[in-house]
Design a protein around this ligand. Structure first.
Ligand SMILES: [Zn+2]
Length: 402
């Protein structure tokens, strides 16, 4: 075997072992050998190397099978690496610093009208935000292994290029600018993809080979994991579920087309339709100042026109999700994002129609979960994406370069 091949094989074995520890949370050497198909000697050698590198650690736990004996278990070392994630949204920059197991060490949210600011100013705020977050987490810039930048739109993460984003100034320039200022790798990724990778590592996608994520916020995002890998498409901009036309010549969408799914089921779409529905109403709310939170409250209080808009959003969502399930046959679909605040208004009609739109076998094979949303989830996703990039299988790197 050539030396290069030997190195490669060892790196691959190393990644597989690290991955099985991450997936299990806590696992013995014997179990790793069974799971990865590697010899016990190889597992012993590689885990020794991982311990030496500080990536994993040992712990003795009481064994349930053998009386009183303690087994040596392996787990990731949370302090092995830290990453920071930034999510750029239309009106806010969110930050999160996470450790090697994805636990959030500190967060920050800065309101900012992103579209009206220059890229240089955006980089200023991002840099200050990172430093503030690090201070809160009692960490230093040198403790970070990288920075992840997540933004909505068409992003090719391999080249770090943003082709289009609904938030004007959030372009790839900020990546270069921030990398220079911080002196570290900055990874650019579509927000939904970053969140999907983080789910795979630390969230509801852990250990699930085939799953989909649908995110509802200003827009609708999506992430696809097929056979354990994020699917990104030919030019890296796959999974733009939100811009699938669902009503020909329908409502105008932020992308310039008409009748996109997003124009009906995303926060921006619901708000746009609510403005129309409330126009000319006596003693109605101020339409210029109308927010999605207020619309949701009015619908909850019983406004029939608004309830209908949410109901339609759920019905379209069922149509879309049923289509995805039929194409991908995933084990799980995770629906999340700020939009889940609508709760029953959207998801009761969605679940009702999913049963109607799916064949029995498809419906039985897939769990459709609505996951509660935290403000820092996006930024945590961006940071998780960095960890994933750093410990990715060498096979991926070769395929990407080849
Ligand atoms: Zn669109």
């Amino acid at each position: 075997m050539k030396a290069a091949n030997r190195d490669f094989t060892r790196e691959l074995n190393l990644f597989n072992i690290l991955n099985s520890i991450r997936e299990a949370g806590m696992i013995s050497r014997v179990e790793i050998a069974e799971k990865t198909g590697q010899s016990r000697a190889s597992v012993t050698n590689i885990t020794a190397l991982l311990i030496e590198r500080g990536l994993i650690r040992e712990d003795r736990v009481a064994s349930s099978s053998s009386r009183g004996r303690r087994r040596i278990m392996l787990m990731l070392n949370p302090e092995a690496a830290y990453a920071v994630g930034i999510k750029i949204a239309a009106f806010r920059l969110s930050f999160a610093v996470v450790d090697f197991v994805g636990q959030v060490k500190s967060t920050l949210s800065v309101p900012l009208r992103v579209g009206e600011r220059s890229v240089a100013m955006l980089a200023d705020v991002a840099e200050d935000g990172i430093l503030h977050c690090l201070e809160k987490a009692k960490l230093k810039l040198k403790d970070l292994c990288g920075c992840g930048l997540a933004l909505p739109g068409f992003v090719d993460s391999a080249s770090g290029t943003c082709f289009w984003t609904p938030i004007q100034n959030g372009s790839s320039d900020i990546r270069t600018l921030l990398a220079q200022r911080l002196g570290m790798d900055v990874y650019l990724e579509n927000d939904a993809n970053a969140f999907t990778v983080a789910s795979q590592w630390f969230g509801l996608g852990k250990g699930v080979r085939n799953f989909l994520v649908v995110t509802i916020e200003e827009g609708i995002g999506m992430g696809i994991v097929v056979d354990g890998k994020l699917y990104q498409g030919a030019t890296g901009i796959a999974a733009e579920f939100g811009h699938m036309v669902i009503v020909p010549d329908g409502e105008p969408c932020r992308c310039g087309k008409f009748g996109c799914f997003e124009a009906y089921s995303a926060d921006s779409g619901i708000l746009q339709q609510s403005r129309k529905a409330l126009q000319g109403r006596k003693n109605g709310p101020d339409l210029d100042m109308l927010t999605i939170e207020e619309v949701t409250r009015l619908a909850r209080d019983g406004d029939r026109k608004l309830r209908k808009i949410f109901q339609q959003s759920g019905e379209f969502l069922a149509r879309g999700v049923a289509g995805l399930i039929q194409i991908f046959n995933p084990e799980r679909v995770i629906i999340t994002g700020e939009g889940v605040r609508a709760g029953d208004l959207v998801f009761t009609p969605m679940y009702r129609l999913l049963g109607k739109y799916l064949n029995h076998e498809q419906a039985m094979a897939t769990q459709v979960l609505v996951q509660d949303w935290n403000d820092h989830d996006w930024a945590q996703g961006a940071a998780g994406f960095v960890l994933n990039e750093i410990y990715k299988s060498p096979l991926d790197k070769i395929q990407r370069n080849g």
